[in-house]
Design a protein around this ligand. Structure first.
Ligand code: GCU
Length: 648
């Protein structure tokens, strides 16, 4: 699309297909999409595409073998011909993009038949987009890439077919198959998308459908009151249930393949079942009952905690909240109700342990929620490729029997980092996070470094591959080094969450404290002397986290309050670790910025310039983090830096 960055689908990525002869067999809307893609490529590069089998030789055959909607495909090459077969339209589309990723190698030598299928059925992006610009949160809550892709001037965009179609194409090319089009905090205007404005959602769904993407909607639990004029939203009230059933029937009238509802209830001020003395299972099951006849799903978020805590109250621990609320409800949720759990117990900090809820509810379908939008990881002004963090989360084994990627039977979800910015994600390198999420959701056990290389090769071509890999691969650990240390989190400026403020949340109602004093820092979450949070894990992890001697360094301050002279497993004291990592983090940003500068001339100048400009801000901000954190801890502890470096 004109004026919009092609991201990981530049024209050149289609050259290997566009210069060859392709036969497409089968019919249906997604086969038409596949045909359109190949025909466009051939128009650009001189190849040919046919839908009739004639005796002439073909280089590529894309064949739909059944009427289904499956996502699997098979790939093979022999006798000079590459073949993709699939029994469902989405599978054929994913097979096409597999060929795009392979490039020329798809057409060289021979390849044994390989079967590909996603490990996770639902791979979803949640957009925190408001239709109307919110006075505090703007149009996209925690959005760092401009306005919304879907909504403009209070309505669905007029030119949906351009940008949203290009977006759907990018998502299909990395394996995403579901999108929720509005914010989980559902304000007044957005509530009406469910009823009189459902036509606008249907228009978006129509544009995404040819790319195998189903549309979901965030709804307010109070909808029967705010939209239906009822006096209650009690999930056990017959009138309320009837209202949801009728409303949901109309939604499916407008969008027959509608995916379902996303609900943030009794969380940060949103309405929910607690007001009626009902449980979250009661609330979720009511919506599941309304969606069930149409094959829809309710994604019920587990982000429930007390956001009005008194900081003096040491008995309440926000990290415990999701487990305490939801584990007793295991087994009570309907089959089409999915509990959507943030990967960590707090809120998308640069480092958190895994949420103990994951693995603790064997009779409930869980979806794991990640955050692509970089709320706490540099807000798309800093380079922070989250692939290694997500991969650690997905490969983590809460119990020996299964990894998180396998326990996420209800899907993998990421909060989107996309907006109407010409580079989609504000920071052009943040595109790597979106791409990586899609590919990891398809295969949670995949090596993230391989996915990064795929993204680099598609987006930039072969030239700067090694340098780009180096710049991105370590960027999450670099970010971790210059921000809050050893898993303690927060220390950000309140409200917008950008930049350091060590005590910004220390006396706030949000339950986000580090408890630094002159002797030490960290939160005692042990069973023996602390909040007991460590005991929410299965035995093997509960034991590891319980003692500072066995607790992994990177989450030590999440689980324990220790003295500044406590010796880490690395052999360093906590205070020296803080100083060293903060100096190192800034030095790593300085080096990455130089590497980036050396790549000018190897890519589109606008893209190079946008990243170069953001590196200036990242470096300024990293220095600010380093100096505030180091000065704060020097002043608190009185312990100097062993290397005598400058601390203020
Ligand atoms: C974070 C974020 C909010 C968001 C919330 C959520 O707290 O700062 O903007 O609404 O998460 O996930 O619901």
């Amino acid at each position: 699309m004109q004026g919009v960055d092609p991201a990981w689908l530049p024209d050149g990525a289609f050259r290997p297909i566009g210069t060859r002869r392709t036969l497409i067999r089968g019919s249906g809307p997604l086969v038409d999409t596949v045909h359109g893609e190949v025909a466009d490529a051939c128009a650009r590069f001189g190849g040919s595409v046919s839908r009739e089998g004639s005796p002439e030789p073909y280089d590529l055959v894309l064949e739909l073998t059944g009427p289904g909607d499956g996502e699997a495909f098979a790939f093979e090459r022999g006798d000079g011909r590459t073949t993709v077969t699939a029994s469902g339209g989405p599978g054929l589309l994913y097979g096409l993009f597999h060929v795009v990723r392979l490039g020329d190698t798809a057409f060289q030598g021979s390849h044994d038949r390989e079967e590909h299928r996603p490990d996770v059925a639902l791979r979803m992006l949640d957009h925190w987009d408001n239709v109307a610009v919110h006075p505090v949160m703007g149009q996209v809550e925690r959005g760092y890439a401009g306005g919304s892709l879907f909504w403009e001037d209070g309505r669905a965009r007029g030119e949906l077919l351009g940008r949203v179609r290009a977006y759907g194409r990018l998502l299909a090319a990395c394996g995403i198959n579901a999108v929720a089009v509005n914010n989980v905090n559902v304000h007044e205007t957005e509530a009406r998308l469910l009823t009189d404005r459902i036509g606008e959602v249907a228009a978006i769904a129509a544009v995404l459908r040819p790319y195998g993407i189903r549309t979901h909607l965030s709804v307010t639990f109070a909808a029967p009151m705010v939209l239906g004029g009822l006096s209650t939203a009690d999930p056990l009230d017959a009138g309320v249930r009837g209202w949801w059933a009728r409303t949901t029937a109309r939604v499916y009238g407008a969008i027959p393949d509608f995916g379902g509802y996303v609900v943030k209830a009794d969380s940060e001020g949103q309405p929910g079942p607690f007001a009626y003395g009902r449980s979250h299972a009661d609330g979720a099951n009511m919506l599941a009952a309304a969606l069930g006849p149409y094959g829809g799903t309710v994604h019920w978020r587990a982000f429930v905690y007390d956001h009005r805590q008194d900081w003096r109250d040491r008995t309440t621990d926000r990290a415990r909240a999701a487990y305490d609320h939801f584990v007793p409800l295991d087994g009570q949720f309907a089959a089409n109700a999915v509990l959507q759990v943030k990967h960590g117990p707090m809120d998308f900090q640069v480092r958190e342990p895994l949420s103990p809820l994951i693995g603790a509810m064997p009779r409930t379908r869980l979806a794991v929620e990640l955050q692509a939008t970089q709320e706490y990881t540099g807000q798309q002004r800093h380079v922070c490729w989250l692939g290694p963090m997500w991969s650690e989360v997905l490969r983590f084994r809460p119990e020996e029997s299964a990894a998180v990627g396998e326990l996420a039977r209800g899907g993998l979800v990421a909060v989107s980092n996309v907006g109407d910015d010409p580079f989609w994600t504000g920071h052009p390198l943040a595109q790597a996070n979106l791409y990586t999420f899609g590919r990891l959701a398809w295969e949670p056990g995949a090596d993230p470094g391989r996915i990064l290389d795929e993204w680099i090769a598609l987006t930039f071509g072969p030239r700067p591959a090694a340098e780009l890999h180096a710049v991105l691969d370590g960027s999450w650990r670099t970010y971790e080094k210059y921000t809050a240390p050893l898993g303690v989190g927060w220390m950000v400026q309140p409200g917008h969450h950008y930049g350091p403020s060590v005590d910004g949340y220390e006396y706030s109602p949000w339950g986000t404290y580090h408890f630094a004093d002159r002797d030490g820092v960290g939160v005692d979450r042990s069973v023996a002397t602390g909040t007991g949070y460590a005991g929410q894990y299965a035995e093997q992890w509960a034991e590891v986290y319980e003692s500072p001697d066995t607790c992994p360094d990177e989450v030590l301050l999440f689980f324990h309050h220790v003295s500044y002279n406590h010796v880490l497993r690395s052999g360093k004291t906590v205070i020296q670790h803080i100083y060293d990592t903060h100096f190192e983090g800034v030095a790593e940003v300085e080096r990455a910025r130089e590497v980036w500068a050396s790549l000018a001339g190897l890519m589109d100048p606008a893209r190079h310039a946008r990243v170069a400009e953001r590196y200036e801000e990242q470096l300024r901000s990293a220095r600010e983090w380093r100096d505030q954190i180091n000065s704060y801890f020097l002043r608190k502890s009185g312990v100097g830096d062993a290397h005598g470096r400058r601390i203020y």
